[in-house]
Design a protein around this ligand. Structure first.
Ligand code: SF4
Length: 382
């Protein structure tokens, strides 16, 4: 039986971070949360007709801030999935959480509801950094939340943001040291980016915030890898590091171009329907998504069968993020060999190998290739 990963999108956050362009809005109305929790289950019950009979390999509650949800609603959703589908024994069930949205008991309730992996958006353990990022909590709360997560789950991850003005290697090293001291099994380090239509982008245009220079960026990137490697936490994707066996199974499904179904406002899916890889996108605005659901209309804003070329592009863009890259066999399995051979030519692979960006004879970026991932991908697909 084919496996599938399920993503559920919770669209609300306690406050909106000034650098964030995710599909999330500030909302603190508990009665609205309750309504949207029911709607998420309703959307799931209606969307599963798209996937046929599958075995679930992972479930991911992402957002937004899904730790704002009631654990009982998470339990209802998981019970529904267990009743309808078979789950692999090692199914990974992740909850994204923000430090100021749970206490020890609530995290325990999430675990009892069926969550077996927590991904905590720490971003930093220090007041100065948290203030710069305008996070809604301080140092004390981020440390306390990390402690709760580490004491509740064996499998957990911390997210950090790095690469902003005023942040030194020494300063970031202290963040990573704290994470390692919690015996964290998985760490994601995302470089701060200035996305259009965010307050940080406006501030960057106005010269109030500056991007850090490229050399500093590389220094931090290299430092993260060295420090974590020395602590047995290895890079397996451009921004993700884990101890052996603790790689995110759910995220690997995206990067390996396996099937996944996205439920909830703005969620994306890639599912093979009638032997054709299909892209499905949910209505992005939570309130338009809600009205489509309550009027019994489709909650997909578009459904599109992907061409062979589009599939190849997506496989390369996602696959080259992984340290292990992709193989020709992977590509031939999912895309017409004629299209693969037309675009991924020997000549291009040789050129990238000579530039030391690609490993010899493989579709796999080297350490320096990962630093130039966007241009290597663009060249390969040109
Ligand atoms: S908590 Fe996360 S999803 Fe919510 S606004 Fe901040 S960065 Fe975006």
């Amino acid at each position: 039986m084919e496996e599938i990963a399920i993503y559920l999108h919770w669209p609300f956050c306690k406050s909106k971070c000034p650098y964030c362009d995710f599909a999330s809005i500030r909302q603190n109305d508990a009665s609205l949360y309750e309504k949207f929790e029911d709607l998420l289950l309703l959307d799931l019950t209606r969307s599963i007709s798209e996937i046929g009979d599958r075995r679930i390999k992972s479930v991911f509650f992402g957002g937004g801030t899904p730790s704002l949800m009631n654990p009982k609603s998470i339990e209802k959703i998981l019970n529904f999935l267990i009743k309808k589908f078979s789950m692999t024994n090692e199914a990974e069930i992740t909850l994204e959480a923000n430090p100021d949205t749970f206490c020890r008991n609530k995290m325990k309730d999430f675990k009892n509801a069926g969550i077996n992996r927590a991904s905590l958006g720490v971003q930093s353990f220090f007041d100065k950094n948290l203030r710069f990022l305008s996070r809604s909590y301080g140092e004390k709360q981020s440390v306390a939340a990390a402690e709760i997560v580490a004491q509740t789950f064996e499998n957990f991850s911390f997210d950090f943001i790095y690469g902003y003005e005023g942040q030194t290697v020494k300063n970031f090293a202290q963040d990573l040291e704290r994470a390692v001291n919690f015996e964290c099994k998985h760490i994601s380090c995302y470089q701060l980016t200035f996305e259009e239509n965010t307050p940080f982008y406006e501030k960057m245009l106005a010269g109030v915030i500056k991007k850090i220079d490229e050399n500093k960026e590389i220094e931090l990137y290299d430092y993260i890898e060295d420090f974590l490697e020395n602590n047995n936490i290895f890079r397996y994707e451009s921004s993700n590091y884990s101890m052996a066996g603790f790689e995110s199974r759910h995220n690997l499904a995206y990067w390996k171009y396996e099937d996944y179904l996205g439920v909830g406002p703005s969620a994306h899916s890639r599912v093979v329907v009638d032997k054709r890889k299909t892209e499905m996108v949910k209505i992005s605005d939570p309130f338009l998504w809600e009205s489509a659901l309550s009027q019994n209309r489709s909650t997909f804003s578009h459904i599109n069968t992907l061409s062979e070329k589009e599939k190849l592009e997506e496989m390369i863009i996602m696959g080259l993020r992984m340290v292990n890259g992709v193989t020709m066999e992977d590509l031939y399995q999912k895309v017409s060999p004629r299209v693969v051979n037309e675009i991924i030519s020997e000549k291009k692979l040789k050129f990238l190998t000579e530039k030391k960006l690609m490993a010899n004879g493989k579709i796999q970026l080297t350490k320096s290739g990962l630093k130039k991932m966007n241009s290597a991908v663009k060249f390969l697909l040109s």
